[in-house]
Design a protein around this ligand. Structure first.
Ligand code: SF4
Ligand code: SF4
Length: 136
């Protein structure tokens, strides 16, 4: 993991038009302790486990997601959105036992589309080293 993180550090994540992690995400938490200001999200907040999260639409998309234009609050997007890296997430997920991965996917804890995105982007970086990535 440490080795992968070292590689990713020098490889910016170009999300392009992908917005998979803004969809069907069980909870996009605000982290006031890391600088998120809840006042910037008036009318767009819910609560989970006593912590503020962004509201989602009835289809599970983030309240700020426009499928054509992307994030409609990009400048103020929360810290988790600024720092999330599906490549690193994929690595943390893929090393878990298969049964655990299946259970996580079934419970909605894991978004298969996001994991595929992470896997594809990680493989593109690692190139000849891709055989070191565990197969799904
Ligand atoms: S799934 Fe990955 S590539 Fe797609 S928007 Fe999220 S972080 Fe970016
Ligand atoms: S705030 Fe923006 S970047 Fe974050 S999940 Fe919502 S649409 Fe995506």
């Amino acid at each position: 993991m440490g080795q992968i993180d070292d590689i990713l550090k020098d490889q910016p994540l170009n999300c392009g038009a992908c917005n998979k992690c803004c969809r069907k995400n069980p909870g996009i938490f605000l982290l006031p302790e890391y600088g998120d200001d809840p006042a910037l999200y008036e009318g767009a907040l819910d609560e989970m486990d006593g912590r503020p999260i962004l509201k989602t639409k009835s289809n599970g998309d983030c309240i700020y997601l426009d499928l054509e234009k992307g994030c409609m609050n990009y400048e103020n997007r929360p810290r988790v959105c600024r720092t999330y890296d599906c490549r690193s997430d994929y690595m943390q997920w893929v090393v878990k036992p298969r049964a655990e991965r299946r259970a996580m996917m079934k419970s909605g804890q894991l978004n298969q589309g996001v994991q595929k995105e992470g896997r594809t982007r990680l493989k593109a970086i690692l190139g000849s080293k891709q055989s070191q990535i565990a197969a799904d």
